[in-house]
Design a protein around this ligand. Structure first.
Ligand code: 7TS
Length: 403
C-alpha cells in the first residue's frame, strides 16, 4: 500500500496545526474525506440535483438512478442478498433506534430480554433502555475479562426463553477488541434469537460479509468509512424487515394514503420516510468505491502493522497503561500515562498538532467496569503512518516530562 499516494487524496492532511503538521488520530470519531468523495458531492449538487423517486423529469430520474446505484454499491460491499435489505438512515445511532423501535413494537412484550455487552457505545444501550421504559423489557449484559474480551461462557448462560435480541459491537470503540461476532451469532441462532451487529468501528477496517456472518441486522455510519456525515445504513435480512412496522411516517414510505387507511410502500422504502440524503448516499458509495479499490484486506493488513508498531512503542513509555489487551484487536488504542489526566494529555498533544480523543468515548458503563473516568484514545485510519506514531510517542514523552 502506497500510503503517500493515499495521503495525497486527502487535502486536509496537508494542514498545519499550531505550525506543525496535522497528525490525525481521531478516526474512531470520524474519518477524513478523499477528494473523490467531496467532488462527487459537489458535482451532484452542481449538475444533477433534484428530489428522488417522485419526478418524471430528467434530473429527478438521474438523481434517483444515482441514489439507487449507491444502494447497490452498499449491497455489494457487505454482500447482502438484495438491495431490499439496505435501508438508508442518518447513521449508526439512527439505525439502532429504528430497529429497537420497530422490532420492539412488533416483537417484544413486557418481560422479554435483550442482550448487549459491557463494552457497548451509548448508541447501542440507550435505544434499548428507551424500549425498556416503554415496553417493560429487561436488558442483560455480557461481561468481559480484564483484557477486554467478552466472556463467551457467561454469554451463553444469559439466554432464556424470554431472550428476543442480541445487539453487540463488532469492534469496541474504546478497547479495540474485535469480538468473535460470528461465533456469537451462531450461539444466538442456536437459541432462535436474532443478532444485531454494530459495525460502526469494524466496517472501515476489515471486510464485513453479512451472509458469511449470518447477521440478522448490521448497522454502520458513512462518516467513519471516509464518507459524508448524516448518512448510514441498516442492513436487515429481508424476512425480518418484511415483518417489522415502519419507524417514521411521511412521504416515500407510503403506497397510498387516505384519511381512513395508509398502505405502506415495499422494502426498502417502507423505512425511509421523507426526502432521503440522496447526495450523501452518492458520497457513501464513492467512499466504498475508494476503499474497495485499495482492498479491505490490504487496508486491514496495513492498519494491523501500524497498530502492532504503536502498541510496542507505547508500551515502552514509563507509566503507560493500555486499556484493551485482547489478542484480536483493531486499530483503536486507549491509554493513560501515570496520573496525567486524559484531558491534559489530549490538550497538550493538540498543541503539538496531534489530534486524539479524550473522555469516556460514549461508553460510560465500560468506564465504570474499568474503574476510570476516561482515557486518551488514538485511533488509526488508512492514511496514518509509522512516522506519525513516532510523533505521538515523542509527544507523550514530552508531556510526561512536563508533569
Ligand atoms: N457504535 C459504535 C461502536 C461507535 O463507535 C459509534 C460512534 C456509534 C455507535 C455511533 O455512531 P454515529 O455515527 O451514529 O454517531 N463512536 C464515536 C466515538 O468513538 N467517538 O465519537 C463517536
Amino acid at each position: 500500500m502506497d500510503v503517500e499516494r493515499i495521503r495525497a487524496d486527502f487535502p486536509i492532511l496537508c494542514r498545519q496545526i499550531y505550525g506543525r503538521p496535522l497528525v490525525y488520530f481521531d478516526n474512531g470519531a470520524t474519518t477524513q474525506k478523499p477528494r473523490s468523495v467531496v467532488d462527487a458531492i459537489v458535482d451532484e449538487y452542481y449538475s444533477v440535483n433534484a428530489n428522488v423517486h417522485r419526478g418524471v423529469h430528467f434530473l429527478s430520474q438521474q438523481a434517483t438512478e444515482l441514489h439507487e446505484a449507491s444502494r447497490e454499491t452498499v449491497r455489494r460491499f457487505i454482500n447482502a442478498k438484495s438491495t431490499n435489505e439496505i435501508i438508508f438512515t442518518r447513521g449508526t445511532t439512527e439505525s439502532i433506534n429504528l430497529l429497537a423501535f420497530s422490532f420492539g413494537e412488533a416483537m417484544l412484550q413486557s418481560g422479554d430480554e435483550v442482550i448487549v455487552s459491557v463494552m457497548e457505545h451509548h448508541s447501542n444501550i440507550v435505544p434499548w433502555q428507551l424500549l425498556a421504559s416503554r415496553k417493560g423489557i429487561k436488558i442483560k449484559v455480557i461481561p468481559m475479562n480484564d483484557k477486554g474480551e467478552l466472556l463467551l461462557d457467561q454469554y451463553e448462560t444469559l439466554f432464556t426463553e424470554k431472550t428476543k435480541m442480541v445487539s453487540v459491537a463488532h469492534v469496541s470503540n474504546v478497547l479495540g477488541t474485535i469480538n468473535p461476532i460470528k461465533e456469537m451469532i451462531d450461539v444466538a441462532h442456536a437459541h432462535g434469537v436474532p443478532f444485531l451487529v454494530d459495525a460502526a468501528q469494524s466496517i472501515p477496517h476489515m471486510a464485513v460479509d453479512v451472509q458469511n456472518l449470518d447477521a440478522d441486522f448490521l448497522v454502520f455510519s458513512a462518516h467513519k468509512i471516509y464518507g459524508p456525515t448524516g448518512v448510514g445504513v441498516l442492513y436487515g435480512k429481508e424476512n425480518w424487515l418484511e415483518k417489522l412496522p415502519p419507524y417514521q411516517g411521511g412521504g416515500e414510505m407510503i403506497q397510498h394514503v387516505s384519511f381512513e387507511k395508509t398502505i405502506f410502500n415495499e422494502l426498502p422504502f417502507k423505512f425511509e420516510a421523507g426526502t432521503p440524503d440522496y447526495i450523501g448516499t452518492t458520497g457513501l458509495a464513492k467512499a466504498l468505491d475508494y476503499v474497495s479499490l485499495i482492498g479491505m484486506e490490504v487496508i486491514s493488513a496495513y492498519e494491523d502493522k501500524l497498530t502492532k508498531y504503536a502498541l510496542e512503542r507505547l508500551r515502552s513509555i514509563p507509566g503507560m497503561q493500555i486499556f484493551g489487551e485482547s489478542e484480536n484487536r483493531g486499530s483503536v488504542i486507549s491509554f493513560l500515562v501515570g496520573d496525567i489526566h486524559h484531558f491534559d494529555m489530549g490538550t497538550l498533544l493538540d498543541r503539538l498538532g496531534i489530534a486524539v480523543r479524550t473522555g469516556h468515548h460514549c461508553a460510560q458503563p465500560l468506564m465504570q467496569r474499568l474503574g476510570i473516568e476516561g482515557t486518551v484514545r488514538a485511533s488509526f485510519g488508512l492514511y496514518n503512518t509509522v512516522e506519525e506514531i513516532d510523533a505521538l510517542v515523542a509527544g507523550i514523552n514530552r508531556v510526561r516530562l512536563m508533569f
